[in-house]
Design a protein around this ligand. Structure first.
Ligand code: AMP
Ligand code: GLY
Length: 435
């Protein structure tokens, strides 16, 4: 059978790599993929991006199931379009994806279904927003309603910063339509974790827990990014808290959607703040897997991912179990010079070919590509082609060992101006040390 994965980042590389290991799958197409997916056995890139041409391709190639990686095609209604063409696809519909594509929708939905989250107010009028800020205590979090490529959230430490965020979004319209409405919410303190599940609209299968590192620099400094590294599992979700998150957050989302006439089928990602009282509150929902969380999660997944997705598409997710490698997995993103503001392209990446031979002989690391492109002399070089370039992912007996392994591998890879964090997993490692 053949599958199609939509997207071209590290998350899609990891998904396609895992799917290609299924004994029932002989080809995984990735649209558009990257230089890393191009090198994998059983995976082939196709340079299509438009929904109608993807539908035509899926029909012609008799793709069994299409799996959607990023939010943009989900927001554009790729799932609705494939379903209308009688093609099997795994991901939420455009309506269901509003949980990610509209923060106002997500907040109102959480209120309707009593899902714990920061208190908030929404505004379209800047005058009212400014008045609200003057009556509130900072820090405050200002969020543009729509998709803003991870840049739509401003944590304002002072009133001035909050006012200027409002002006930036509502008055100067620097986020376009994504910023025609904002929410201003309470600042939550605690530890941020990622809780991702797959669901067929009725049954819910939680994936392994993880923790992402969103700031560019060590110690949570510098600008927010798409994620500079992640590890799985995180010790900050105890079995008790896990059960509470399933009961108070994830289940109410799926049943709430159903009550509102929406069948939520796909991956669901809850970004959570675990407070000092060991309570979890929702920071955001994503209607897809996380990037880079997917990379360590896929390295730990022992079950056949294709079988899980097949059951999810058929509504029988209750019939399958999911099995994980008991080891920890950790990934560090190597980002381009200038990321996140202005990533430089076309830097030559060195050191990958020796590591590819090595990774094929072991199950304990994999280098997933994000923004890479084959090019240079005779097309034999691998060049940087995006903000996040590589995601070096390892397994280890614990988080510390997995971390040491990643940084050893990174020493063998080079491209000009690369940026990495040196402390990925530090909270998990500190927790291990103390417990
Ligand atoms: P979001 O895209 O909503 O996850 O926001 C991006 C980042 O901003 C999150 O990963 C958090 O680090 C931070 N953030 C968002 N909302 C809050 C909040 N209410 N309190 C504290 N930090 C927040
Ligand atoms: N790693 C955060 C995200 O995928 O949104």
């Amino acid at each position: 059978m053949k599958l199609l994965v939509i997207g071209g980042g590290g998350r899609e590389h990891a998904l396609a790599w895992k799917l290609s290991q299924s004994p029932r799958i002989h080809k995984v197409y990735v649209a558009p993929g990257n230089a890393g997916t191009a090198l994998e056995h059983g995976i082939e890139n196709i340079s299509l991006t438009e929904i109608p041409e993807l539908i035509e391709f899926a029909k012609k190639e008799e793709i069994f199931i299409t799996i959607v990686g990023p939010e943009i095609p989900l927001a554009a209604g790729i799932v609705d379009a494939f379903q209308a063409a009688n093609l099997k696809i795994f991901g939420p519909t455009q309506q269901a994806a509003q949980l990610e594509t509209s923060k106002v929708f997500a907040k109102e939905f959480m209120q309707r279904h009593n899902i714990p989250t920061a208190t908030y107010k929404s505004f379209t009028d800047p005058v009212l927003a400014h008045q609200y800020i003057d009556q509130s205590v900072t820090p405050l979090v200002i969020k543009a309603d729509g998709l803003a490529a991870g840049k739509g959230v401003i944590v304002a430490q002072t009133n001035e910063q909050a006012h200027s965020a409002v002006n930036n979004i509502l008055v100067d319209k620097n986020y376009g339509n994504a910023g025609s409405e904002i929410i201003i919410e309470e600042f939550l303190r605690g530890i941020e974790v990622s809780f991702i599940v797959m669901t067929d609209g009725q049954h819910i299968l939680p994936l392994a827990t993880s923790q992402d590192h969103k700031r560019l620099q060590d110690g949570e400094l510098g600008p927010n990014t798409g994620g500079m590294g992640a590890y799985s599992p995180t010790p900050f979700i105890s079995p008790g808290l896990h059960a509470k998150i399933m009961h108070d957050i994830v289940t109410p989302v799926i049943t709430g959607m159903k009550k509102e006439g929406i069948n939520y089928r796909g991956f669901l990602y809850a970004g959570l703040m675990v407070t000092a009282k060991n309570e979890a509150k929702v920071l955001e929902f994503n209607c897809r897997l996380g990037d880079p969380e997917t990379q360590p999660i896929m390295l730990r997944l022992k079950s056949d991912l294709f079988t899980l997705i097949e059951h999810a598409v058929n509504g029988s997710l209750n019939e399958v179990d999911i099995e994980w490698d008991r080891r920890a997995a950790l990934c560090v993103v190597m980002a381009a010079h200038g990321y996140p503001e202005n990533p430089r392209k076309n830097d030559v990446i060195q050191g990958l070919s020796d590591l590819i031979d090595e990774q094929n002989d072991t199950d304990n690391f994999h280098i997933f590509h994000s923004g890479t492109l084959a090019g240079g002399k005779n097309g034999e070089e691998i060049l940087t082609a995006g903000g996040r370039v590589l995601c070096v992912t390892t397994l280890g007996e614990n988080v510390k060992i997995a971390q040491q392994h990643v940084y050893k591998l990174i020493e063998k890879i080079h491209f000009n101006g690369y940026q990495i964090r040196r402390d990925i997993g530090y909270q998990g490692i500190n927790y291990q040390r103390k417990n």
